[in-house]
Unconditional design. Structure first.
Length: 761
């Protein structure tokens, strides 16, 4: 007979005393053997600590514990004794979720830190209001049969029933008398995992765990039923433990050994229940490869991926980025997962496009490929002063800092992690899924348009998913409010100002100097506002915003703007919308033509007053909004003869040719909302952000959509994670960052979107 609550496994194979313990709490009536498939699947330095309560397993002759306090106090006491100096991760399944939570509370109260609390297929404390009535053996028998805890035929054996039912009865009694309303949240990062086919604990119940931590909470899903930890251990391990270690996912050999079929070097299918479980995480989440090193982490961990991507300096100075090392890293990641890849060079040395393709089920696609289009290049991080190293991928205070964290290596990481999670689980898609890393999106001659012109048969897209719309919170900063999938971009025109006077010695300054004239004109242009003219996509978005916002004043202003019949009323209401918005710069850009000033230049010697001064700025136009030629004329009228305004077109273009080219871009129709990809995104948002309005929207910036739209391919834009005004202001700016848990949650949205494209879905 054993009186110990903990049995620590795998230390003998993991290099001696493990530094991290994954403490596992079993479902109702079960014990440590329920985690049998987890043995040997943890990395070096991590071991399983299995909680075995009295009345089962090696403690079958002991009296079961029927109250929560006695249970949690005993486990916490043993952990304090045996886990001193170790890092703890608590994982509870079903009823085990409550038990893990209460043990976590007790450990926190005594100062023993917990690195993460993971609850799988379990209801939250707020769902238990005890005290319940007496639980009988008949109740226990019905529970065991109804949940599939054991084979009903075994229950017909009196001896087996005698062993099985008392622990079930004890656990049901414990739950019936537990009142979670008196508990308090823990300040521990929490993972809440629900199973897609769980008939007993729905998604909404799992989401209520968000109320029980004051730290970050990430809600994830896995394939399987109520006992997914047994049916799909690889997925549950990944959901619970990713980000805690830098260990790699399954090797190509392990993948193939799990039953994968290979055609032309591409894994077509992994058996989700037979593939080797991934090595889960164990080291600090901030650890990552140094710049230029091979990626050695779990590729389904988006945070670790984003860190590694940021550490690859792919700055684009204007003529294209050096992206070959970045592409080589991606190549190794996908090939290790058994996915076919291709690197396509451009005429510039080191400037390459990268492709990975997961083929459709059985090679027979029901639809044309979905292209996940990300760009590997980033704008330079020079000029303005950063307080963080821009290419270090530093994590601090729940934020991941670095150039490209938001635009768009965070999105790339979400795309890759979500796709490879499906590959690992053996998902079979109804079409090819292609991940494309473009090398010249920010600036340069060899981007998407060049590629589609030079290699027209390489990628035949049915739809494209790229950067675009945002997820915004309510004013409280905690509750998601609205998510937009953008269906068209704004387009911009580069304009140049030149003010002139005459050059002279600095000892004889005069009125009307070129720099002063330029400054006066810039100040006036900076105060200029175009009329509020929301196009069809913006009207759709703002109509949904009026329904989504909890701010009645903002909702009223939006409705007044949309209902206005005169320009004066619309401008007045639109100004109020922008004033009341928590993201005023974003919403202003979705309502009108905007001007953004990017550079100024004057002077060439310290003792000379220069005779000319120039500045450049961009005017960004909504499709269906202002005519570019009319806006240029309006700005010239405002400037008068104080400066010269020039349209900067492509080499050899006249002003009218440049304006006509822009008009052509603006005339490209919106992507249709009536597609399976758009509907899969809406369903994904419903799953990951219940109650949030999921709407089509207008993007405020420019992407690589136009070359695809000219071929009538729908292109949708998403930044799938929640953003704040501060995050948006730092896009292309100093100390660019993204929220760590927001990235994880956004990856879950991408995962759910792809799940909607499964074969037979």
């Amino acid at each position: 007979m054993s009186t110990s609550w903990l049995r620590i496994r795998d230390e003998e194979t993991n290099g001696g005393r493990a530094g991290t313990l994954a403490v596992c709490f079993a479902p109702t009536g079960a014990h440590g053997s329920t985690f049998a498939s987890w043995h040997g699947q943890l990395p070096d330095g991590m071991a399983l600590a299995l909680v075995t309560p009295p009345g089962r397993g090696t403690r079958v002759d002991e009296e079961p514990v029927v109250d929560m306090a006695g249970y949690a106090d005993a486990v916490a006491a043993e952990l304090r004794e045996r886990a001193a100096g170790r890092r703890l991760v608590l994982i509870g399944v079903s009823l085990g979720a409550l038990l893990a939570f209460e043990v976590c509370r007790r450990l926190a109260a005594t100062g023993l830190p917990v690195a993460r609390l993971c609850v799988v297929a379990g209801q939250s404390p707020s769902d238990f209001t005890g005290p319940g009535g007496e639980v009988t053996l008949q109740d226990a028998r019905a529970f065991a049969t109804g949940t599939g805890l054991t084979d009903p035929e075994l229950l017909a054996d009196p001896e087996f029933e005698e062993v099985l039912l008392p622990p079930v009865q004890a656990d049901l009694t414990l739950a019936a008398h537990y009142d979670g309303r008196g508990s308090t949240p823990v300040h521990v990062p929490l993972r809440a995992v629900w199973a897609l086919d769980d008939p007993h604990v729905p998604e909404a119940a799992v989401r209520r765990w968000r109320e029980w931590t004051t730290a970050d909470c990430t809600v994830l899903s896995v394939p399987g039923g109520h006992y997914a930890h047994q049916e799909n251990p690889a997925a549950v391990l990944s959901a619970c433990l990713d980000g805690l270690s830098g260990t790699a996912g399954p090797s190509r050999r392990a993948v193939l050994g799990g039953g994968a079929a290979v055609v032309s070097g591409t894994v077509l299918a992994l058996g989700a229940t037979t593939a080797a479980a991934p090595k889960a995480a164990a080291a600090q989440p901030t650890a990552a490869p140094a710049a230029g090193d091979a990626f050695d982490g779990d590729p389904t961990d988006p945070v670790r991926l984003a860190v590694a991507m940021i550490r690859q300096n792919t700055s684009n100075p204007g003529d294209g980025a050096i992206t070959l090392p970045y592409a080589r890293m991606l190549e190794e990641i996908f090939r290790t997962a058994g996915v076919a890849t291709e690197i396509v060079p451009t005429p510039k040395e080191g400037n390459v496009h990268f492709f990975a393709r997961v083929p459709a089920d059985g090679g027979s696609a029901r639809a044309k490929p979905l292209v996940l289009l990300g760009h590997s290049d980033v704008v330079p991080a020079t000029g303005d002063t950063w307080t963080r190293e821009p290419f270090a991928g530093e994590i601090a205070d729940g934020r991941l800092y670095g150039r490209g964290a938001l635009d768009m290596k965070g999105v790339n990481a979400a795309f890759v992690a979500a796709l490879l999670r499906h590959v690992r689980q053996g998902t079979r898609f109804d079409r090819d899924i292609v991940f494309w890393s473009d090398c010249d999106e920010e600036q340069g001659p060899y981007g998407v348009r060049w590629f589609l012109t030079e290699h027209p048969d390489k990628v035949t897209a049915g739809a494209v998913l790229t950067e675009g719309g945002w997820v915004l919170d309510q004013r409280d900063g905690r509750t998601p409010m609205i998510a937009a999938l953008t269906c068209n971009d704004k387009r911009s025109l580069l304009l140049r100002l030149e003010a002139s006077s005459y050059a002279t010695h600095t000892s004889k300054p005069f009125g009307g100097q070129a720099l002063i004239r330029l400054g006066e004109v810039l100040e006036e242009l900076g105060s200029w506002r175009a009329a509020i003219r929301p196009n069809a996509l913006s009207r759709t978005y703002f109509a949904e915003l009026a329904q989504a916002t909890a701010d009645p004043a903002l909702a009223a202003a939006v409705r007044e703007m949309l209902d206005a019949r005169t320009e004066e009323r619309r401008n007045r209401a639109g100004h109020e919308v922008v004033r009341l918005s928590d993201t005023p710069e974003l919403h202003n850009a979705l309502l009108r033509t905007t001007l953004a000033f990017t550079s100024a230049k004057a002077g060439y010697y310290p003792s000379i007053v220069p005779g000319t001064a120039t500045a450049e700025f961009r005017a960004a136009f909504l499709p269906g909004g202002d005519d570019p030629g009319r806006i240029v004329a309006e700005l010239r009228a405002l400037i008068g003869n104080r400066a010269t305004l020039t349209v900067v077109g492509n080499p050899g273009e006249s002003e009218e040719q440049a304006l006509d080219r822009l008009r052509g871009y603006l005339a490209v129709p919106d992507s249709s909302y009536d597609t399976d990809v758009f509907r899969a995104w809406q369903e994904a948002v419903r799953r990951t952000h219940p109650g949030v309005r999921a709407t089509a929207g207008q993007f405020e910036a420019v992407t690589s959509a136009v070359p695809f739209r000219e071929q009538n391919v729908p292109v949708y834009g998403m930044y799938p994670f929640t953003v704040t005004r501060d995050m948006l202001k730092r896009m292309h700016g100093t100390d660019e960052y993204i929220g760590v848990e927001a990235l994880r949650q956004g990856t879950e949205t991408v995962y759910q979107l792809l799940a909607g494209l499964r074969a037979g879905a």
